[in-house]
Design a protein around this ligand. Structure first.
Ligand code: PRX
Length: 667
């Protein structure tokens, strides 16, 4: 690697609207960097990590140890061993000390377009220190978990950074989750503190968050778990303080409590392998998994991928529509961009409010260079028509990015042509909560051969392997299709599942020994580009939100009227996938619209509004094999009206069930 040359280019600040050469200027240069990252991960990432401040340096050699092969012992991954650092220092203090304190770190707009805030790096650092001091005053120390249940306000990334400053482990819970889901996540990590807000407006709808937190605390108390403190931010024009329920002794108002703290709080220097945060995500079984990320590895993976995949450089303006409740908000709205010294544009309402021009006006207003979104939002914006983007000047855009779910060709072309005027690369990034950083993505340089719908090339450190799903053997040749697994390790990789290292090993490393199992299917074309074909496990992706079918099933069967449920994902024009539930009622219950509503409300209460099934299909019985296994393949065909292609159903215990379900479709 032409190390100095590359590093020198990385550090060059580019004016936001000025053209500049990409960091990686040719396919050959990409290949050389990629090859080094695979052949010598320790050397490669050791050099990349030099972009950040290390309080104690790690040794150039011997800092990486790992085992991902269960046949050789427990799974264990350690990067930058011996080094100490702090992510919040690298996101904030480093820029303030370099004289960029007055540059905007966050440009925020609320639900109402006239509600705007500019927060400089200096101001953000002050707020982070105040929150950290409040946390300290409440006994929070390194390793303790803090639950954050906040809407998309600047205080949300600030709270994350405040935890990171102390080495406290944050668990951000998406604002769409119900009280039961919040309680489950608080108890799983023994959380004593919750940071929240009175509520938020989403479009024309005010949503009370504090009431949900109160209900969650009550549920925790019922199970013998006490939440000691709740810090509540007043979002006055959504839910005013006066309308907010209050528990004296436990609850504190943000403005007073945080405002009373000093804006100085030295960062705690943390070992590279200390925990940075955990984030719950869905898997094939009912219980959400607390994915644990490290301090050093996550930081390097987040920062370096922002630079090489989205070309973020100091002073750029990056608009990301993601919510910090999901991994994209962590890596590509909060941590990664601030590590790059950019200005982050953040939207607190729904992006189509008040109309289809909102996000495009924001691109124009702030001269965003990078625009990061999800295919679901693109599909909704596209439906609203070309007149909206045409009303705004989008000429500042240089990189268009997307993640979370497959992007259909139509959306890709609209993004590329209508939004990017055919001159911006579309970086459709494949990654996961578990990978921590973009893993397979198109390169943003003009040399990259873009293909609509392809996730492109592996990012540094990622070695995709395609396996035959039945034999588990590697598919030969460049062009291949099968199950996607990854060989080796990369710094931002998850380290364990909170409280369950055994489950971590069983879910990710047991299915195909020696590899990390992604849960996705994939095709590699003759040019070596990857095409994600969707989940091969029981996880569905609704509007970019990952939901385990088992979670929805267990929410349904918790209801007294539901005897059994089988949930599948079906194609949906806007959401990507929709939730489709086959429900068997207990003998005495009636199939009625009222019953449908009851069951839907129950899922809303149990998980959250985004997990409510779009369709409930009554199923007096479910198609099962003689050993009692539900044949989901058959259910998928029935749901999508493809019963002529049912395939082999000779193993069905009761073949008549299929006919009956077809008759009940739409009833
Ligand atoms: O199935 C893949 C899909 O989303 C899953 C990961 O979901 P989550 O952990 O919530 O992370 C979402 C944000 C990265 C993957 O297993 N997925 C993610 N990105 C893409 C994708 N499917 C197709 N194309 C993508 N670019």
């Amino acid at each position: 690697m032409q190390r100095l040359e590359v590093l020198a280019r990385q550090l060059t600040a580019g004016a936001a609207t000025e053209d500049r050469p990409p960091l990686v200027r040719s396919h050959e240069e990409y290949q050389a960097l990629y090859k080094k990252s695979i052949e010598d991960p320790e050397g490669f990432w050791g050099e990349m990590a030099q972009s950040y401040h290390w309080h104690t340096k790690f040794p150039p050699r011997g800092h990486l140890t790992y085992n991902t092969d269960l046949r050789r012992g427990p799974v264990n991954i350690q990067f930058f061993r011996g080094g100490t650092t702090n992510i919040s220092y690298n996101c904030l203090d480093r820029w303030v000390e370099a004289g960029r304190g007055e540059s905007p770190a966050i440009l925020w707009e609320g639900n109402d377009e006239s509600e705007r805030k500019t927060i400089s790096y200096r101001q953000l650092l002050d707020e982070v220190c105040r929150i950290a001091n409040w946390l300290k005053a409440h006994g929070v120390k390194k390793g303790d978990t803090v639950t954050i249940y906040l809407p998309m306000v600047p205080e949300l990334p600030a709270a994350m950074l405040a935890c990171a400053r102390l080495g406290a482990v944050h668990s951000v819970v998406f604002g769409g989750f119900s009280a039961e889901s919040v309680a489950q996540r608080v108890m799983d990590c023994n959380g004593k503190i919750i940071l929240t807000a009175t509520g938020i407006n989403r479009g024309t709808k005010p949503i009370g968050l504090k009431t949900i937190v109160d209900a969650a605390c009550a549920l925790c108390a019922k199970s013998g778990h006490a939440v000691a403190s709740v810090l509540c931010l007043e979002v006055a024009n959504a839910v005013p303080a006066a309308a907010t329920p209050w528990h004296a002794g436990r609850d504190e108002w943000w403005a007073e409590a945080v405002g009373a703290q000093t804006p100085d709080c030295p960062p705690v220097w943390l070992a590279a392998e200390d925990r940075s945060f955990l984030l719950y995500t869905s898997g094939s079984t009912g219980k959400p998994k607390g994915v644990v990320h490290s301090v050093g590895g996550y930081m390097v993976g987040a920062g370096i991928s922002c630079r090489y995949l989205y070309d973020m450089r100091p002073g750029d303006v990056v608009f990301n529509t993601a919510d910090c409740g999901w991994i994209t908000g962590h890596t590509y709205l909060a941590y990664g961009p601030l590590l790059c010294g950019v200005t982050v544009v953040m939207l607190g309402g729904i992006p189509t409010h008040p109309d289809g021009g909102r996000v495009w006006r924001m691109v124009e207003r702030y001269k965003a260079r990078q625009f990061y979104t999800a295919p679901t939002l693109l599909r909704s914006l596209l439906q609203l028509g070309d007149a909206w983007p045409k009303q705004s000047d989008l000429s500042s855009l240089r990189v268009l990015a997307s993640a979370g779910e497959p992007m259909n060709e139509h959306a890709w072309h609209w993004f590329h042509e209508t939004i990017g005027n055919s001159r911006c690369p579309v970086v459709d990034t494949w990654w996961q909560t578990e990978t921590g950083m973009g893993a397979i993505a198109p390169q943003p340089g003009p040399w990259f051969q873009a293909k609509a719908g392809s996730a492109g090339l592996p990012f540094f450190g990622i070695e995709p392997v395609i396996l035959d799903p039945t034999t588990g053997t590697e598919m030969p040749g460049v062009a291949a299709e099968g199950v996607l697994v990854l060989r080796g390790v990369w710094p931002a990789m998850m380290r364990t599942l909170h409280g369950d290292h055994d489950r971590f090993e069983q879910v990710y490393f047991a299915p195909y020994k020696g590899f990390y199992f992604t849960g996705d299917g994939c095709r590699r074309d003759e040019d070596g580009q990857y095409w994600i074909t969707g989940r091969v496990d029981d996880v569905i992706n609704v509007s970019g939100h990952r939901i385990g079918t088992a979670e929805v099933e267990s929410a349904l069967t918790e209801h007294a009227d539901c005897a059994e449920a089988a949930v599948i994902g079906v194609d949906h024009p806007l959401k990507g996938q929709a939730i489709y539930a086959f429900v068997t009622l207990v003998g005495s219950s009636h199939q009625s619209e009222g019953m449908r509503k009851l069951l839907m409300d129950h899922v809303r209460k149990s998980i959250g509004p985004f997990a409510v099934p779009d369709v409930i299909h009554w199923a007096p019985a479910l198609p099962k094999t003689r050993s009692g296994k539900i044949m989901r393949r058959v259910l998928r065909k029935i749901a999508s009206g493809e019963e002529k292609e049912l395939g082999d159903i000779s193993t069905l215990a009761e073949p008549g069930v299929v006919e009956m379900l077809i008759r009940l479709r739409g009833k």
